[in-house]
Design a protein around this ligand. Structure first.
Ligand code: FAD
Length: 392
């Protein structure tokens, strides 16, 4: 396939270009056909993950001292974008990277050696368990509780929608160590734990979620799961700061999937618009077809600039929460506009499985809802940037 020109890639330095190129070349060799076949056969994309490990891509964003390939968040964002450009929205890289980033920043050097290093050199994966059925977007209302006992903690509760939970080796679990109704400040009492997923107290129930991807979501039950004290990440009751810093990383990684998939769909639509003849001319010569595609291309570029700026800011001083939220919003909206314009360009053929247009829709639409809904992002910008009164 011929890809549309991505203007923002001209802003990348040599190292960034190299990692993007290496990722695209590896991902392109697998391609959408591999991804959809794996999905239809209900099989994990293990060959892809193994190749990424061999090439050092799973370690991008982790310092070399920990077995990684260096480069910080910008590198991880480019790996995520490069995969998505070739049609591979690899959630396991996203959740692994932003969860281990939290461990690297808030945890001890020993925890980084135990939990982060294996994700780089051994291909181990980490999932992230925050969302709960009752609490929903209101993180402070989670009720999964880690009770302190003599030998460590005992975890009890339930999480929903946890991507790759069963397939992962470690899970970063967000729990309360003080109940909501026992704290003055709702942020108080949040703690983070790394739990090994083969712990006998954990049960997984696969959910019936259709993203046409060979990656699955689970309901996870913690039935008195024993967690040793050395698996607490950061200080007890003070996990919220590390958590929210980590969520910025997640927002940028999801934004990278959005611009990658958006550009993937757009490239296919542009190619099709040049070839499809109706009324004796290629449909791409009509402005009615051109303008939605051009508009989407511009918005994807704008989103990329925000993503790269936010990633560079995070790499320089670990900040950029407002920019990361803005990038997530703009990227998910731009991607949705791109897939919609692309589907329209394909006419009825968009609904044929083989054109792979409608298949992309559900995963692109998801990006407006997860990992944080765009309403919650707007609310964050309204109160933190515009300083408007809090609505909740
Ligand atoms: C495929 C998939 C993968 C996921 N992976 C993970 C994962 O790996 N780990 C994890 O922890 N979670 C994961 N999630 C969960 C995801 O982050 C949540 O679904 C998302 O945060 C929204 O929570 P909710 O579904 O409970 O929606 P709700 O909180 O019930 O919200 C429903 C609607 O109400 C709106 N709303 C709620 N409150 C307000 C308000 N104050 N103002 C305006 N609008 C509001 C929301 O914006 C939304 O549109 C995943 C979800 C999916 C679908």
């Amino acid at each position: 396939m011929t890809y549309v020109k991505v203007l923002s890639h001209e802003l990348l330095n040599d190292e960034e270009r190299l990692v993007l190129k290496a990722t695209r070349s590896l991902a392109g060799a697998f391609g959408r056909k591999y991804w959809l076949e794996k999905w239809s056969r209900n099989e994990e994309p293990s060959e892809l993950w193994e190749r990424m490990r061999e090439e050092g891509l799973t370690g991008t964003g982790v310092p070399e001292a920990l077995g990684g390939s260096g480069m910080g968040l910008m590198g991880a964002v480019l790996v995520q974008e490069g995969l998505a450009l070739e049609g591979l929205p690899v959630l396991q890289f996203l959740v692994t990277h932003f969860s281990r980033d939290i461990v690297m920043r808030a945890g001890t050097p020993e925890q980084s050696m135990r939990f982060v290093r294996p994700t780089c050199v051994e291909g181990k994966r980490m999932s992230f368990a925050l969302t709960e059925p009752q609490a929903g977007s209101n993180t402070w209302r989670i009720t999964t509780f880690a009770r302190r006992e003599e030998r460590g903690y005992v975890l009890r509760g339930q999480k929903v929608f946890i991507s790759g939970a069963k397939e992962s080796d470690f899970m970063l679990v967000v729990a309360r160590t003080r109940r909501y109704d026992q704290v003055q400040d709702k942020r108080d009492g949040i703690s983070l734990f790394v739990v090994e997923t083969d712990n006998p107290g954990i049960r997984f129930q696969r959910l019936n979620i259709d993203t046409k991807s060979p990656e699955w979501q689970y309901m996870v039950y913690f039935d008195d799961v024993e967690v040793p004290p050395e698996n607490l990440v950061g200080r007890e009751n003070e996990g919220y700061r590390a958590l929210f810093q980590g969520l910025n990383v997640e927002r940028l990684m999801i934004a990278a999937i959005a611009v990658g998939l958006g550009t993937h769909a757009l490239s296919k639509a542009v190619e099709y618009a040049k070839q499809r003849i109706v009324f004796d001319v290629p449909i791409g010569s009509h402005q009615g077809v051109q303008f939605p595609l051009a508009r989407a291309a511009i918005k994807l570029e704008a989103a990329r600039s925000l993503i790269y700026s936010a990633a560079h800011l995070y790499d320089s001083n670990s900040s950029g929460v407002e920019l990361a939220n803005a990038a997530k919003y703009v990227a998910s909206e731009a991607a949705l506009e791109a897939i919609d314009a692309s589907i329209q360009t394909f006419g009825g053929y968009a609904y044929e499985y083989e054109t792979d247009m409608i298949n992309l829709y559900s995963i692109v639409r998801l990006l407006k809802t997860a990992p944080v809904t765009n309403e919650l992002v707007l609310s964050f910008i309204a109160t933190h940037v515009l300083k408007l009164p809090k609505s909740y």
